[in-house]
Design a protein around this ligand. Structure first.
Ligand code: ATR
Length: 282
C-alpha cells in the first residue's frame, strides 16, 4: 500500500477527541490511506509543534481548545473569510510553503442543519452566547440568506461588541444582524442555537416561554450520547419538537476539513450514524 498521508489534531487536553475516529471513517469511505493522530501539545509549545508537524511532511492539522486563537495568529497571512470573521482557526494546511487556516465549525453546523431537511433561507435565527463558539458560526449563518440573526448574551455588551465588529466587516448585513440581552428576546424563532457553555455546566438558560413553533429547531452545540442536553430538555418543555445536539456539527466540520486537505467530498451521514451508535454503546 502507498505511504499514508499524515494528519493530526492538536489540543490540551486531547484524550477525548473523536477526530481520529471520524477521519478514519472518512478515509475509509474515500479509499484514502491516512494516518491521523492526537497530539497533546504543551500550553507554551503550540508554534513549535505546528512547525515540526509540517516540516516532517504532515498534510493537515485540526486545532482544538485552547489553541484556536494561536492557530489564527500563525496563519494570519492566509486566512479564509470564515476564519477571519470567526477570529479562530480549527484547520491548518500548507500550500506553496505557506501556512493556511480555515474555521470549519460554522459551515459544519449549517450543513448539519441542512441535512436534516431544514432550509434557513428567510428564517429567524436566535443565537445564544457571544464567546468563541458563537463567533465561529456567524458568517455561515448569514450566508444562508436568513432574514434575522439576533445574538443574545448574558453579558449583553459582549453581544453588542461582537455584532459591531461583524458589521464593520460585513455592512451588507446591517438589516439582518442585531444584538441584545436575554430579557430582549421576544416572539417565535425558526432556529434557536445554544452557543453558550451552559449545557457543559448543566445549567438552564433564562429563556422566555413560547419561543418555538411547530417547525422550529432547537440546536445545542454541545453533544451527549442520547442527544439530550439541559438546553434541549428546556426547549422540549417549551414545545420544540425538533431538537439536535452538536454531534452532527462535529462530524460535518470534520468533513469540511477533510475536503480542504484532500479535495474529496465524502458523505458524512453514515459516519454520524456510526459515531452516534458508538457513543451510545459507551
Ligand atoms: P466558548 O469559546 O465556548 O464560546 P467562551 O468564549 O468562554 O467559550 O464563552 C462562553 C459563553 O457562554 C459566553 O457567551 C458566556 O456568557 P458571558 O459572556 O455573559 O460570560 C456564556 N455562558 C456561560 N455560562 C452561562 C450561563 N450559565 N448562562 C448563560 N450564558 C452563559
Amino acid at each position: 500500500m502507498n505511504t499514508p498521508l499524515n494528519f493530526a489534531v492538536m489540543g490540551n487536553p486531547i484524550k477525548h477527541s473523536y477526530s481520529p475516529r471520524l477521519h478514519a471513517l472518512f478515509a475509509k469511505q474515500a479509499g484514502l490511506n491516512i494516518h491521523y493522530e492526537k497530539i497533546l501539545v504543551p500550553l507554551d509549545g503550540f508554534e513549535i509543534a505546528v512547525k515540526t508537524f509540517f516540516e516532517q511532511g504532515g498534510k493537515g492539522l485540526n486545532i482544538t481548545v485552547p489553541f484556536k486563537l494561536q492557530a489564527y495568529e500563525l496563519a494570519k497571512a492566509n486566512l479564509s473569510p470564515r476564519a477571519r470573521l470567526a477570529g479562530s482557526v480549527n484547520t491548518l494546511w500548507m500550500k506553496s510553503g505557506h501556512l493556511h487556516g480555515c474555521n470549519t465549525d460554522g459551515i459544519g453546523m449549517v450543513n448539519d442543519i441542512q441535512r436534516q431537511g431544514i432550509s434557513l433561507e428567510n428564517k429567524k435565527i436566535l443565537l445564544l452566547g457571544a464567546g468563541g463558539a458563537a463567533r465561529g458560526v456567524i458568517l455561515p449563518l448569514l450566508e444562508t440568506g436568513c432574514r434575522q440573526l439576533l445574538i443574545v448574551n448574558r453579558t449583553a455588551t459582549k453581544a453588542s461588541e461582537l455584532v459591531q465588529q461583524c458589521l464593520t466587516d460585513l455592512p451588507q448585513y446591517a438589516g439582518v444582524l442585531s444584538a441584545g440581552g436575554f430579557e430582549q428576546i421576544q416572539g417565535q424563532w425558526d432556529l434557536v442555537i445554544n452557543a453558550t457553555s451552559s449545557s457543559l455546566q448543566q445549567n438552564a438558560l433564562p429563556l422566555p416561554t413560547g419561543l418555538f413553533t411547530n417547525n422550529s429547531l432547537a440546536y445545542d452545540m454541545v453533544y451527549t450520547p442520547e442527544n439530550d442536553t439541559p438546553f434541549l430538555q428546556q426547549a422540549r418543555q417549551d414545545g420544540a419538537t425538533l431538537t439536535s445536539d452538536g454531534l452532527g456539527m462535529l462530524v460535518y466540520q470534520g468533513a469540511e476539513s477533510f475536503f480542504i486537505w484532500n479535495q474529496v467530498r465524502i458523505n458524512p451521514a453514515p459516519v454520524l450514524e456510526a459515531l452516534r451508535q458508538e457513543l451510545l454503546a459507551g
